[in-house]
Design a protein around this ligand. Sequence first.
Ligand code: FES
Ligand code: FES
Length: 163
Amino acid sequence: MSKITVNGIEYEIAPEQEDMSLLAYLRDELDLTGTKNGCSEGTCGACTVLVNNKAIRSCRFKLSKALEGEVLTIEGLIREDGSLHPLQQAFIDAGAVQCGFCTPGMIMQALDLLHKNPEPDRETIRKAMRGNLCRCTGYQTIVDAVQLASKRMMTPYPPYGGS
Ligand code: FES
Ligand code: FES
C-alpha cells in the first residue's frame, strides 16, 4: 500500500483514494480543515499547502502525486510546545488576518517564499503572493506580516509576541 506523510505523521493510502484531490483528502479524510476550498479551480490560493517543501494548490493536485512525499499544512506549523510559527504570529501582530479564510493559504505560500529567500523585499513578497487572492484587498498588512516574520526568523529566539 502507498504511504503519505502529513505534518510528520505517516498514513496508508488505498488505491481507490489515489484519484481524489489532496485538498479533499486533507479535509475529508484527515479532518485537517485549516486548508480551505475557495474556488476548486486553482485560482485563489486558499488551498495552498507544501508538498516536499514546495507550495502547491491542493484543490488541483491529485493525491497520487503526493504519494511517498511529505505534506505540510497550516496545522503542522504549530510547534511542539503549542506556540505559533513566526509566520502565524506575524500575521496576527501585523493585523493581516482579515477575513481569515484565505490566511492559511497565504501563510503556506509565504513559508515557501521564506524558504527560498529568507529576506525578501516588499516587491518580491508582493510578486510571490499575487496568486493568493484577498477580496478585502488588505495586501499592505499581508506584506507587513511576511516582512515581520522574515525579521523574526533571522534570529534564533525571536520575541514572537512583540515586534
Ligand atoms: S481552492 Fe484551490 S486555488 Fe482556490
Ligand atoms: S483576508 Fe481573506 S479575503 Fe482578504
